[in-house]
Design a protein around this ligand. Structure first.
Ligand code: DX5
Ligand code: ZN
Length: 249
C-alpha cells in the first residue's frame, strides 16, 4: 500500500505557556497535522486539555487538528470538540466495552475483589473484552454528521476487535504506549497488530506513542501511514530534519 506518510506532532510535549510559538514550530517543520491529547483523569490516569485549548489552537492555525479523546463517554463531548474546531476526532474502543460491570469502571481493570486497581501508574491501560459495536457506531455517526473525520483507537493490550466496524471509520489509531503520558518507550509488541490491521483495512492507520527516528521505519513497514510524535518532535533541535527522518522509508 503506497500511502503518503503523514507526521502529527503531539502538542502534549509542547510548552503551553507559549502555545502559539509551539504551533508555529509545527507549521514550520513541514509536519502534516497537529495531534491534541484530551485526557479526563478517568479513562487514563492524567488530565490534560479540553475544548478550550483546541479552540485556541484553531484560532492560530489552519493545520488539520487531530483530536485524540482519551475520555469516558466521548459521545457527550463530540459537539463541543467539533465547535472548538477539530478536524479528526478519535474515540477509544475501550470506552465502548459491552462486557463492563455496572457501574462502569473508569478505564481500569478490577482486581479479584472487584475494586479498581490503583490507576496512578504508568504501564497499565484498559483492555477491551467485547466491543459494543452499535454504541460506538452511534458516536461515529455523530462525528460524521458534523462533517468531521473519525478515528477509533485501541490500547496496546486490546485485540483487533474492530473488524466489524472498519467500514464505519476513516482511521484506526493503534496505541504503542499505554495512554496517559508523553515520553514513554515504544511497545514493539504492537507491530504485529499494525500488520494484521493493514491486511484488512485500507483507511488511515495512525500509530501513537514513543515514535522516533529509530522505530519509524518499523511502524511504516508494518503498514502505518500516520505517525504521532510528541517528545521526539519537541525534543529535536532541528524540527524540519526530525520530521524528514520520520518520513524516510
Ligand atoms: C499518550 C498520547 C500521545 C503522546 C505521544 O497517551 O496519546 O499522543 O503525546 O507522546 P510521545 O511521542 O512522547 O510518546
Ligand atoms: Zn495521542
Amino acid at each position: 500500500m503506497n500511502k503518503k506518510i503523514l507526521v502529527a506532532p503531539s502538542l502534549l510535549s509542547a510548552d503551553f505557556l507559549t502555545l502559539k510559538d509551539e504551533i508555529r514550530k509545527i507549521e514550520d517543520s513541514g509536519a502534516d497535522m497537529i495531534h491534541l491529547d484530551v485526557m479526563d483523569g478517568h479513562f487514563v490516569p492524567n488530565i490534560t486539555i479540553g475544548p478550550l485549548i483546541v479552540e485556541a489552537a484553531r484560532r492560530c492555525t489552519k493545520m488539520v487538528l487531530d483530536v485524540h479523546l482519551m475520555i469516558e463517554d466521548p459521545h457527550k463531548f463530540i459537539k463541543a470538540f467539533v465547535e472548538a474546531g477539530s478536524d479528526i476526532i478519535t474515540i477509544h474502543a475501550e470506552a465502548y466495552d459491552g462486557s463492563r460491570l455496572p457501574p462502569a469502571s473508569p478505564g481500569f481493570p478490577r482486581d479479584s475483589q472487584g475494586s479498581r486497581q490503583n490507576n496512578l501508574t504508568k504501564g497499565v491501560s484498559k483492555k477491551i473484552d467485547k466491543l459494543d459495536e452499535e454504541k460506538i457506531k452511534e458516536t461515529l455517526k455523530q462525528i460524521k454528521h458534523f462533517g468531521k473525520k473519525t478515528g477509533i483507537s485501541l490500547n496496546p493490550d486490546s485485540p483487533l476487535c474492530v473488524d466489524g466496524i472498519l467500514k464505519d471509520t476513516d482511521m484506526i489509531l493503534l496505541m504503542s504506549v499505554h495512554p496517559g503520558f508523553g515520553g514513554q518507550g515504544f511497545i514493539e509488541g504492537v507491530l504485529p497488530k499494525i500488520k494484521a490491521l493493514r491486511k484488512i483495512y485500507s483507511g488511515d492507520v495512525e500509530v501513537d506513542g514513543g515514535i522516533n527516528d529509530k522505530n519509524a521505519r518499523l511502524v511504516i513497514d508494518a503498514g502505518a501511514n500516520i505517525l504521532v510524535a510528541g517528545s521526539y518532535f519537541f525534543g529535536a533541535e532541528d524540527k524540519k530534519e526530525a520530521v524528514r527522518k520520520l518520513r524516510i522509508i
